[in-house]
Design a protein around this ligand. Sequence first.
Ligand code: PPS
Length: 289
Amino acid sequence: MMERMNVTESFHGIVFPGHLHTEKSLRFAEDFHFEDTDIVIATYPKSGTTWMQEIVTLISSNGDPFPAQTIPNWARAPWLEQFYSKDVLKDRQGIRILTTHLPYDILASALKKSKARVIYIARNPKDVVVSFYHFHRMANFLPDPGTFDEFLEKFLLGTVHFGSWFEHIKGWLSHKEEFNFLYITYEEMQQDLRQSVEHVCKFLDVPLRPEAVDSVLKYCSFSAMSKNAMVNYTLIPTEIMDHQKGKFMRKGKTGDWKEYFSDKQLSLFQNIFEYEMQGLSKDLLIHLN
Ligand code: PPS
């Protein structure tokens, strides 16, 4: 897909990097046949996707690090909408771990035909925009973000790749009752990872012995994942991700936005956040602002 490095694919009014998405692959996701046993990790980019892929993989292997350390994350938990997923999933047996950045509006009708489990991870959007900005600088399949101020404006307008953060959150969270749904935030995972892992175990109906939980925690820590080539994207060649310009596993912190936002940017952000989020129950937003 090198020839599609600078292609932008537009689908239902949202732009996606053409390097990974085609009209066909997006339609494949939109019409996907979900099984009741599927586990779907749904996120806006940079919200903790890779972290949850690792947690679910480690829970599914009873804490054994072997699958997580030998199979790339995109192969064990493929993004439904990316072009390779059809092949990756062709002969897959048993419980499937699927990942998606698609908004509710695109995926809901297919997903609702099943009782698949949906794990939705959200992160404080100020940290999302900072992480996304750095990712744009290293990922050659995403447009040059310009200055942080320029990128922030596009993020707030929702014209960035993968669409509006606000629409993503509102779409999924305001319809969560329609699904077998677990809502979890990046901030909760940072605060108490053991408790988050236990919530995921319960939701997946996979009881783990305390030693197995210890092992999950050990291998999904930021430092362990930073060293795991199956998730840190160092396997991806420089023409696609420029590892000189940054790391995929960048900082793994909450509140890093404070290093980037000016007072003016912060007050603009807060105004838009409050306006956009009026319809959502406050308890869903506790960690996101
Ligand atoms: S992507 O491109 O959408 O799949 O990115 P995603 O995985 O959602 O988000 C990447 C950010 O998550 C951080 N990360 C972690 N933080 C804490 N602990 C662990 N184990 C962990 N794994 C990934 C990663 O560092 C990115 O955040 P930033 O703020 O850029 O460091």
